[in-house]
Design a protein. Structure first.
Length: 422
């Protein structure tokens, strides 16, 4: 297969881009303004659509005119680059063998584009971490989280869903979570793939969470969560800064942080916890609960992510519906079952909520005053064929909004909608 790259110019990652899982700050918040939030039952205009990605739950990352996403065929998982304007394929780079389980297979994470725009990092569901040239797709280095880093897939729940995190990248390192006795987290040199450190003081098995980076009292930290703990790790050397014990059967959604507060939530009756961090003289932190296990009044968020906006947390809470709660108290402002369970992104004062069961996208005003739905539509099926029965409930890729476009994935399908009417 031949591709032309003559017109592909790689810019620095800019504010309007969506270079990684849940956007520039991993908050699920888009800086886009002037978006269309009212439209008919068919949704906003479709810019393009494809149905050749194969199985997988990866959301796209968009930098400049290039879209990066993970997909698969019958045997292999791939990092795929598309023209963000037309949807035409530019390259595909193998990540490793296809991962499957009874509920469908394929890669889970979202690619991460380096801040300089020249490299892209992707993790396959079996643990193959690839650093590729963002222009050509050429593999620059590859590390296996199991074979090379001694990673341990989750063993205390069935089914095992494989490696599901999205790599976190800064100016020097790429951070991943292999789990196991060598250290729950690992930092690799982003240019060579060589191990810089392991979190030797923290050795939990992994769950399915993508870490975030946050600063508390002037100190940077990685915040990650497993089925046993929430923890803060120094990005410089992997030292444990704090740990908060928290047992959860399965935890997937990334933590949400604001100042010295860290909010986490899980499903299966676990609920939500708000953790307050207080700096200590030795450079570590004390982690204490402001409230915890607030299942009767709070958030049981499974995998669709949460949005923190103006002091309130928004997301889907199992058995309670789409919910808004006040961060500092856990008090529920409203809840609604008018839309099914799903994932969410924020833009221009609204929540774009994407239901997993049938691919319905609803636009809801982001306000604690109540559930105010502006519009809804169902994702277009590019092939015209019905969704496969085995994937009936598996619209799990998070929505993305960048450069005035809304991107929705449903397994092998990806549809790009124009939210600015151009």
């Amino acid at each position: 297969m031949r591709f032309c790259f003559a017109l592909l110019v790689l810019p620095l990652v800019l504010a309007a881009d969506w270079p990684q899982f849940r956007g520039p700050g991993r908050t699920g918040i888009s800086a886009e303004k002037g978006l269309t939030t009212t439209f008919g039952k068919d949704g906003p205009p479709v810019a393009w659509k494809i149905d050749t990605l194969g199985m997988g739950y990866s959301a796209p990352a968009i930098v400049g005119d290039t879209l990066y996403i993970l997909g698969s065929d019958d045997k292999t998982e791939y990092l795929i680059a598309l023209d963000a304007t037309t949807g035409k394929k530019r390259f595909e780079t193998p990540l490793g063998d296809l991962y499957t389980n009874p509920w469908g297979g394929g890669p889970r994470g979202t690619p991460t584009v380096d801040g300089e725009g020249d490299r892209v990092y992707a993790l396959g569901a079996k643990g193959g971490l690839v650093c590729a040239d963002a222009k050509t797709g050429k593999t620059l280095w590859k590390v296996d989280l199991v074979d090379d880093l001694g990673g341990v897939l989750k063993t205390y729940a069935y089914p095992n869903w494989g490696f599901a995190e999205s790599p976190l990248v800064d100016d020097k390192h790429v951070y991943v979570t292999p789990g196991g006795p060598r250290g729950t987290m690992a930092a690799l040199d982003k240019k060579t793939g060589k191990v810089v450190w392991r979190s030797k003081e923290w050795t939990d098995e992994i769950d399915y969470v993508s870490p975030i980076k946050h600063t508390v009292d002037g100190k940077e930290m990685l915040i990650q969560m497993t089925g046993a703990n929430v923890a803060g790790i120094s990005p410089a050397d992997g030292k444990l800064l704090w740990k908060f014990p928290r047992e959860a059967k399965i935890t997937i959604s990334s933590p949400v942080a604001s100042g010295n507060l860290v909010f986490v939530a899980s499903a299966y009756t676990v609920g939500c916890d708000l953790i307050r961090l207080t700096a200590k003289a030795d450079g570590t932190f004390e982690a204490k609960a402001v409230y915890e296990d607030a299942t009767r009044k709070g958030m049981q968020n499974h995998h669709g992510g949460m949005i923190l906006h103006d002091g309130h947390v928004y997301g889907y809470s199992d058995s309670r519906g789409w919910s808004c709660l006040k961060l500092e108290t856990g008090e529920v402002a409203w809840k609604s079952l008018k839309l099914g369970k799903g994932s969410v992104v924020y833009a221009d004062g609204h929540l774009f909520c994407y239901a997993e069961e049938d691919g319905t996208l609803a636009v809801i005003e982001a306000t604690p005053r109540g559930y105010n739905e502006k519009a809804r539509f169902r994702i277009a099926q590019p092939s015209g064929k019905p969704r496969p029965e085995r994937n009936k409930s598996n619209v799990w890729a998070h929505p993305v909004i960048a450069h005035g476009k809304l991107y929705l994935r449903d397994q092998e399908s990806l549809v790009c909608y124009d939210l600015k009417g151009k």
